[in-house]
Design a protein around this ligand. Sequence first.
Ligand code: ADP
Length: 266
Amino acid sequence: FRVTLTPIRRRDKGVAGVIAVLQDVTEMEKLEQSRREFVANVSHELRTPLTTIKSYAEALDDGALEEPPLANRFVGVIRNETERMIRLVTDLLHLSRFDSRRNQLRRQKTDLSEMLEEVVDRFSFQLRQKAITATVKVDSKTKTAWLDRDGIDQVLDNLVSNAIKYTLDGGTIDISSKMNDTGMLAIAIKDTGIGIPKKDLARIFERFYRVDKARSRNMGGTGLGLSIAREIVRAHSGSIAIESEANVGTVVTVLLPIVPEGSEPS
Ligand code: ADP
């Protein structure tokens, strides 16, 4: 607690009493600490590719340019690292956009089958590459919902992209939607992938938290996908939950209000 004391003075300048204000600063401090951690993480994540780019550029300068096969490899590394930085900066922009957009969602009546089929279509190349079968099942009782399409497309892209990244060749991804017993729309993305160990599950939505940093990096991950998804879902007054078993698979469930709060279904 922060304590502020203000004396109450009498006319003759004597002190009649004291006003004490107790302010709970734990929340403020927590916020400040998480902000500091975030900035440190961002700096580290940007610094790593920059250091790599610098050393490969120097190696090219120091003679690698004379050996075309080597030079090609080095240029390839520089390009990959640059692409990773672009993804990271794009993800950071998404985070800040939804941070400040809580009440400015552009909801529109959305056909759920169409929306979910379109996600699968966007990933058809990667799915084919890994021989992963993707299915979409929409409960016929709930065919539409009022959603901010840009936001929810981003959520689905992040979740399906994870499902593909962390599922071995030949696996399956089942995407489904239905109304749950509390009247919320439940969209589930279920994979038969490597799963997440129990000890990591509680922290998985934290910014930059990754079970295996090296694996995530190799897969092109930034460690921000799930936190962006949670930010957008919360902006919709929804919630997101993850269940997983190592070496069996993962189910991510997104709960969303079917109509905006305060309005009646039409
Ligand atoms: P990343 O860019 O690293 O994928 P995310 O925030 O999307 O970042 O996910 C955080 C971490 O959660 C990942 O690094 C991975 O360890 C784990 N993860 C997310 N989705 C899955 C999944 N479907 N299967 C297994 N692990 C997952």
